[in-house]
Design a protein around this ligand. Sequence first.
Ligand code: GMT
Length: 360
Amino acid sequence: MEYLYLLNLFAAMNIGIVCYPTFGGSGVLATELGKALADKGHNVHFITYQQPVRLTGFSANIFYHEVRVPTYPLFDFPPYETALASTMVDVIRNQHLDLLHVHYAIPHASAAYMAKQILAEDGMHIPVITTLHGTDITLVGKDKTYAPVVAFSINQSDGITAVSDNLREETFANFRIEKQIEVIHNFVDIKRFSKRPIDAFRKVIAPNGERIILHASNFRKIKRIADVIRIYAKVKEEIPSKLLLVGDGPERPMAEELARELGICDDVRFVGKQQDMEEIYAISDLFLLPSEYESFGLAALEAMAGGMSEQAIRILRNDDILEKFRQEARKQADRFDIANIVPQYEALYARFVPVRELAH
Ligand code: GMT
């Protein structure tokens, strides 16, 4: 048995990835994982309702299958989960997928369960891996409107992973989970994120050599954007600096209003959703992420790979301290380099895919 597992480890697989295609961390992580798996020779099929934002460029072994959700006057809420499950069935059957990996439990794990049952009727077995990311457990998932379906579909997954030890514990604390949950940490491509700053870009944001403070998120309540603005207002009293805000979401109007109230709006720049985060991390001196909760802040990890840290005034005041924090942040990020984490997913897949069904 052991040697069959080893054979799987060296074989190319046909892998389906389901995720949110937006700027949210779970979608970003899933997309980066898919790209890394494709680079290693696997065929990766993304099943999403639009092209994932980080899925740019062309790769011969990456495929994109759009989930179309037809509308009908009867539907106040078009049944996305049904459309997703049906698309999963179609892709698994026609592209001969070996395994389906869904990111974020709601509604991906339950749609995967439905697809699995439909295929079982035809005698087909598709292993399903569910990766839990954070709010699918700690916030939205535990709401009683969703909780029974979330718990059931997690338990029905063949493999379950969480992106941090803390999230694993939260999952056991909030749901009755009858299976093992494995921790596979979020990762970052250190090489890609260790960029040299582009001077001209830095000058546009901080024309007089001010420090640049960065926050990047989906501007939800849990991210505590008001605290970002207030912390910056305090830093600015002591250190010439600019605040760069990347992303968008429901808290943005409040943040703009607060910046106006505090009289700092000329130094606060909202740049919206951005693709090339590595360029932005490279010109920034400090990353602020005062969230109420983060399962494993991917944005913070990417920032650390870019050589950034957190402890505003003390760090920004002194070039040597800032440099020391940069190096320490980089060292921490090294532990979560893509080269160390992606093989953990491959090893997990290899345990669930029957050897004879692998792609060539
Ligand atoms: O809260 C977000 O930023 C979105 C959410 C998501 O699913 O896109 O993020 C969660 O998953 C990310 C990727 O694993 C983690 O980096 C975030 O920490 C996690 N968010 C929370 O736990 C609040």
